[in-house]
Design a protein around this ligand. Structure first.
Ligand SMILES: *Cc1c(COP(=O)(O)O)cnc(C)c1O
Length: 510
């Protein structure tokens, strides 16, 4: 036994604890007169800012933060350490594919020729960038089997909209846009939103008790008023649509298009090509399957692959070979136009091609390990958490809180308690057909030790829910911010102009 003397009671007082946590906002850290850089007085005649900038020149900025470099560096470093992040721990956010982002991607994306190329640089001076995009398109064509791929959409949802607009344009060209888009009840919320945005009415397809599409139900609803069916493979329960060939046959027989939400291509990349299954159009989330840091909402890229029938409607510009190089083609009369400014989120495209090339022919390993990891967690946790749809998983597995709810512990409590164990919460309240969902996607980048540590935490929480439920329902206890009043937060956030209600919502600091 060692004697630590006074150190046996290391609990700091509140003031010291606050210091450890740092100021809650950089505005609190502001001190009049502090500067990041102090320059000596000018010893040459200076330019007159009034003359240069006129009315734009301001001598005072109300509320401007005054801080030194060390204040700023420490403030933001402390903030970063309050986060649960993929660089620190397994991040099981289902349907988000929070995988490790290989650092080689970052190095390549920062090469000056890629990072500094200006979007207005003419084609003959940006051949390297155009070649990179052409190579990425070719790689995605090889992986999906489609005729062409547009790299322009800046997220999955933007890709869905591009796909729906192309489908609409094709139907219009053939006579009429048609009226409906069918979307399964398990779909990601962006699917019905995108179809609606493209001018369609959405009809819901009910899932089978196994959580998959019901061909008989589809047969009934598929009329010549239906423009397209949007399916997700694997679906949002992490289950593979086993009747996919039947689905594409039924839709095509009525002249409709099959849209595949391939945000989670992770589960079968390098194994099957969606075009071979009869799919007409599909978006991929480069920021999920092909790795780009995307916590906090971006940036992303949602390329869309299309079969030959939809090629004329692709967004402009496309990238075409010309001589020994490439050119941007804006001369496409049937194009739906642009989906965004310039050519998409180019930095994400660089990362994706780097990722694909680092795997090369072995890219199917991504899917194998993603599926193995999800099934490993399903088996380990199934005795402790209820599975509404107990089928072998693909890349993710959806538990729910049925067993814990008997003790008054709900999915949100489990999620909050997980933060005490150092893990980001899983996806909750989605898919909508699973009440109290806990949707877990470990991805392929987790080693078995990390999967075991996560499973141990989940099992410990299941025990706590049995033995001391209030410990779980009052979590988190060791995070910088305690349980937030979410009802108040939602109310405040919906008020116009209220950008940061989280700063004002009452929180209990642990
Ligand atoms: C993430 C996701 C989307 C939306 O992608 P964003 O890039 O967030 O717009 C759509 N569908 C599914 C199944 C997803 O997982």
């Amino acid at each position: 036994m060692s004697d630590h003397g006074n150190l046996t009671n290391p609990a700091p007082d509140a003031a010291r604890l606050d210091r450890r946590r740092g100021a809650s906002s950089i505005f609190d850290a502001s001190r009049p007169g502090r500067r990041g850089v102090l320059l000596p007085p000018l010893d040459v005649p200076g330019a007159d800012p009034e003359a240069l900038f006129g009315a734009l020149h301001r001598t005072e900025v109300e509320g401007e933060v005054e801080a030194s470099e060390v204040d700023a560096v420490r403030h933001f470093t402390r903030l970063s350490q309050k986060n649960l992040s993929i660089d620190a721990n397994l991040y099981p956010l289902g349907s988000c594919t929070m995988k490790h982002n290989p650092r080689i991607n970052e190095e390549i994306a920062r090469l000056a020729g890629f990072a500094d190329v200006h979007p207005y640089t003419p084609g003959h001076l940006s051949q390297g960038a155009l070649e990179l995009m052409a190579r990425l398109e070719a790689a995605l064509i090889a992986l999906t089997g489609f005729a062409r791929v547009t790299l322009q959409p800046s997220a999955g949802a933007n890709g869905e909209l591009a796909g729906c607009l192309m489908i609409r344009a094709a139907h219009v060209k053939a006579g009429a846009p048609r009226k409906y888009v069918l979307v399964p009840d398990s779909a990601h919320g962006t699917n019905p939103a995108s179809a609606h945005f493209a001018g369609y009415q959405v009809k819901e397809l009910a899932s089978t008790p196994r959580g998959t599409l019901d061909p008989a139900e589809l047969e009934k609803m598929m009329t010549d008023e239906v423009a397209a069916v949007m399916i997700t493979v694997p679906n949002t329960l992490g289950v593979f649509e086993e009747n996919i060939l039947e689905v594409t046959r039924i839709v095509h027989a009525k002249g409709g298009y099959v849209y595949l939400d391939g945000a989670n291509f992770n589960a079968f990349v390098g194994k099957i090509r969606p075009a071979d299954m009869g799919v007409d159009v599909m978006h991929m989330n480069l920021h999920k399957t092909f790795s780009t840091p995307h916590g906090g909402g971006g940036p992303g890229a949602g390329p869309v692959g299309v079969g030959a029938a939809l090629v004329p409607f692709l967004p402009v510009p496309t990238i075409e070979p010309e001589g020994t190089g490439f050119r941007l083609d804006f001369d496409r009369p049937d194009s739906i136009g642009r989906m965004r400014t310039f050519y998409g989120n180019f930095g994400v495209l660089v990362r994706a091609l780097t990722y694909i090339l680092s795997y090369g022919q072995e890219i199917g390993e991504v899917a194998e390990n993603a599926v193995l990891n999800a099934n490993y967690l399903r088996k380990k946790l199934a005795p402790f958490y209820h599975l509404k749809y107990d089928a072998p998983s693909y890349h993710e597995v959806v538990f729910d809180d049925t067993l814990q709810a008997a003790k008054g512990v709900h999915n949100i409590d489990v999620a909050k308690r997980l933060m005490d164990y150092g893990f980001h919460p899983p996806t909750m309240s989605f898919p909508l057909i699973v009440h109290g969902a806990l949707m877990i996607e470990p991805t392929e980048s987790e080693p078995i030790e990390e999967l075991d540590a996560f499973a141990d935490a989940m099992i410990a929480i299941a025990r706590e829910a049995e033995e001391s439920p209030e410990l779980v329902t009052s979590a988190p206890h060791v995070t910088p911010v305690g349980r937030v009043d979410e009802a108040l937060l939602a109310r405040e956030a919906s008020k116009p102009g209220n950008f940061a209600p989280v700063l004002r919502a009452p929180v209990r600091r642990s």
